[in-house]
Design a protein around this ligand. Sequence first.
Ligand code: 13P
Length: 253
Amino acid sequence: MTPSIRPLIVGNWKMNGLTASLNEFNAFGAGNDAALRRAVDLIICPPATLLSALAHSAPGKGISIGAQDCHMKDSGAHTGDLSAAMLADAGASAVLVGHSERRADHGESDAIVRAKAEAAYRNGLTAIICVGETRAEREAGKTLSVIRRQLKGSVPETMTARDLVIGYEPVWAIGTGLTPTAKDVEEVHASIRAELKKIIGKEEGARTRILYGGSVKPTNAKELLAVPNVDGLLVGGASLKAEDFLTIAGFYR
Ligand code: 13P
């Protein structure tokens, strides 16, 4: 944690969730009590098909809605894609960009991620820019240089702490049950903080929230949240159940 930064927990539902998930979302709201609302910001990123329904049901729950990806353009002939303008119109206030699953499955380069972050900014959405090394890169001792390169390539210099969040998600930790040691997370987050200060300036870089993601569970969240420069978490599988997600966020109470 960083004492002066308000923490944030983001749930990424990925390609999970049908209309029935609205019941689960109601449980998220019911468990988000006054103490939790005072302590931490919560964002749920459902699949795009549920964005509008969750956004309609969100008022009063103290939970913001985010999207999982956006196109770099605001409109046009791009069949199947969704623009940041559309996501904002559907009720999103944030969007994940450059998630490793997008970088791997859709060949998204740092330049594309940067253009998407700019589209988010243009349309008033907080861009949650994701970075992270693969297992091979970690084993080759390249973690910090890979993260630095991703940040340099993906983060627009004009962004501020208000419209930017960084998600550090080691690719090998996503959905595997494996997590880096607290010491490893501390080293990477300190390096992200230093690089951010270079890219967007000392003050904005010092205030930007840096989240850890990758196999976060109720059983390991407390230890991860205590790491310096971990200003919250990006939760995949464990965000599908209100009980698990609220337990994780609840460590901030
Ligand atoms: P898991 O928590 O399921 O490992 O997923 C992490 C993630 O990719 C969140 O964006």
